[in-house]
Design a protein around this ligand. Sequence first.
Ligand SMILES: Nc1nc2c(ncn2[C@@H]2O[C@H](COP(=O)(O)OP(=O)(O)OP(=O)(O)O)[C@@H](O)[C@H]2O)c(=O)[nH]1
Ligand SMILES: [Mg+2]
Length: 207
Amino acid sequence: MRVNPFYRQARFLTSAARLDQCPPDEGYEVAFAGRSNAGKSSAINAICDHKGLTKVSKTPGRTQLINFFALDDQRRLVDLPGYGYARVSVKVKQEWQRHLADYLENRRCLRGLVLLMDVRHPLKAFDLQMLEWAAHRSLPVHVLLTKADKLKRGAASAALLKTRKALEEMAGEFSVQLFSALRRSGIDEVHRVLDRWLDLVLPDESP
Ligand SMILES: Nc1nc2c(ncn2[C@@H]2O[C@H](COP(=O)(O)OP(=O)(O)OP(=O)(O)O)[C@@H](O)[C@H]2O)c(=O)[nH]1
Ligand SMILES: [Mg+2]
C-alpha cells in the first residue's frame, strides 16, 4: 500500500461562523458534512493521519464553526458544523442551518461533499436534504458509512449495498463506501476520491 503523504500536510487554517468570514473563495475545497456525532472530525484526522488536527468532540455538537484545514495554498478540507444536535435551542439550530446552507449554496470553490453517516443509521431526513441540495447544485457527494467497526462484516456489507442502491435511485453524482476511523479502514478509497476532486496530480506510481 502506498501511503499518500499529501494529506499529512494538513494544517488548521481558520474557523468561520459565517460565509463572509471564510478564506477567499478560490482554489479547491472539499467539505465534510453529517449529523452531529457521525464522526466528521475523526474522519478528517484519520484521512490526514494527524490525531489532534480537529478536536474530536466528546460532547456532540461541539463543532459549531466551519473549520478550514489547508493542504497546500490552493486546497482545503472543511469540517462543517454537525447538524441535528438536540440540546440547543431551535433558534440556534436555525442559525447553524442558515450558515450551512449559505456555505453550500454559494461557495464556488467547493468541489465535492463528503457526507458522513453512522453505518447503523444511514440516510436520515437531514442526509436526504443534503443529497438533494448537492444534486441541485450539481455537486458530487461521496458518502462515508462511518463506525463500520461497530458492525460485523456481513452486516456492514449489507448496509453498504442497501445505501448504494438507494443512492442509485436518486438523481445526483453519488458514491458510497464503508469507513472506520478507529480501524483506519477505507482511507485509501476516500483519498482517491479527494485526489480527483482536488485535481491532484500525484507522482507516477510505476517505478
Ligand atoms: N467505534 C468508532 N467510533 C468512532 C469512529 N469515528 C468516530 N467515533 C466516535 O464517535 C464520536 C463522535 O466523533 P466525532 O469525530 O467527534 O464526530 P463529529 O461528526 O465530528 O461530531 P460533531 O463535531 O459533534 O458534529 C467520538 O466519541 C468518536 O470517538 C469510528 O470509526 N469507530
Ligand atoms: Mg466534529
